[in-house]
Design a protein around this ligand. Structure first.
Ligand code: 9UX
Length: 71
């Protein structure tokens, strides 16, 4: 069944930020859906299987933001 995981992401302050993070996370293998809560500073990712956290971290970093914590 799908895995749904919410990550804390710092630095997102506008809709462009939201789009950048969404695009990077959506490009990860196995990702089905990305939902960003701008006010809450979170990214909720639905994937077919658990994602390596370092892959998620790298994608967020590539977008120009920072994943908080290890989840
Ligand atoms: Mo505009 Mo969102 O610089 O970082 S893209 S606030």
């Amino acid at each position: 069944r799908p895995v749904v995981q919410t990550y804390t992401v710092t630095g997102m302050t506008c809709e462009h930020c939201v789009r950048a993070v969404t695009e990077e996370l959506s490009a990860l293998p196995g990702v089905d859906e990305v939902r960003i809560d701008l006010a809450g500073g979170t990214a909720t990712v639905t994937s077919a299987a658990p994602l390596p956290v370092e892959s998620v971290r790298a994608a967020v970093d590539e977008a120009g933001y920072e994943l908080v914590g290890g989840v």
